[in-house]
Design a protein around this ligand. Sequence first.
Ligand code: ATP
Ligand code: MG
Length: 376
Amino acid sequence: MSQPVLGILTLYLNDAKQLEEKSVYRRMIIEGGKLGLDVFVFTPMDVHASKEQVYAMVYDPKTGKWSRKWRALPAMIFDRCRIQKSARFQQLLRFRTRYNHLTFLNRPLRNKWTIHQTFSQKQRFRQHLPETLLYQSSTDLKRMLRSHPVVYIKPINGTGGRGILRIEKKAGAQGIFNIQGRRQNRRIISPRKVSLSQLDSVVRKWCIGTTFLAQQGIPLRLPSGRFHDYRMLVQKNGHGVWELTGMAGRVGAARSVTSNLHGGGHAVRAEKLLRGWLGSQERAVKVMKTAEKLGIEAAAYLEDCFSSLCELALDLAIDREGKIYILEVNPKPAREVFLRSGDIETYRKSLVRPLEYALWIHRNKEAPASSKVTEE
Ligand SMILES: Nc1ncnc2c1ncn2[C@@H]1O[C@H](COP(=O)(O)OP(=O)(O)OP(=O)(O)O)[C@@H](O)[C@H]1O
Ligand SMILES: [Mg+2]
């Protein structure tokens, strides 16, 4: 059997060719080596098209050094590239098309609106969706505010809590709203009160340039005043089967309406946060079990509807009654949340599982069809 090779596909951050997750890749290369999987890192910019080779970034655990080597295009690819507005991203799109025949462990998913509509088609998932609509005019906003005391406005392709506006009807004051949020550059906009007509114009301006959703706000304010949610990671394992890797709680920065770590939030153990939030260990365990089943079924469903996935992180909002809502799904999740919550074992697992899955793919591709295992 040939030596399995996995290429981690990423994008340079800048012209100095820096990488964002180099320590994650180093760890994956080391773990890959232990499993007999040859792992290297490359970007579309490093591909020599006519030679079908890449000028790869390789890491040698013995010397602890990174270097460059010409390598054949890898048969399997773990795509870590997130959507961005840049020439580098355009080059990535061309790479994905041209090398479509290679085995990508994961393919790009769709925007938040398409995902929402896809989940909505099934009663199984519909019960876990906050009411959401595409923001097209002030009528949409009024409609949402008629049914919900809190509404979130967010871009369909946003990441890292960018461009998120929280609108809350002020209790006891008809026609007055509290607004608070984070601009596209993540700067916090301080809370302020506006009238309905002011709100209309704020939201209209907020939504210029890209498409936004208006979404029912789930009450997630902790007694400390901070907002929180949960990040759940499900991954395919070494048998090609979806499995829960772990779940962590995220608590937002003070004055922040989002709980993203990059917006100043911090990570905590999910069990502990949920126990406090729901009031008992028993309820927390029950809700986590329900969340696990939901996450696994959601990942399998999205893979069926679109194309290959090897992992999915779900941002879950859980209200005080223990009702679970899917806020969004992330096909290229960071693992940092587990490191930051002190859940080192889950962090390790999150890096190893895609490698074990790649080995499973490799074995199954090489094995004659009759000997392939099928698992439920
Ligand atoms: N409907 C909602 N109700 C309550 N809080 C929400 C809602 N939507 C978003 N939030 C808060 O804002 C955060 C960011 O929202 P969301 O995950 O949809 O956007 P994102 O910018 O894509 O985040 P990511 O960094 O995960 O890519 C959530 O983690 C949550 O804290
Ligand atoms: Mg999110």
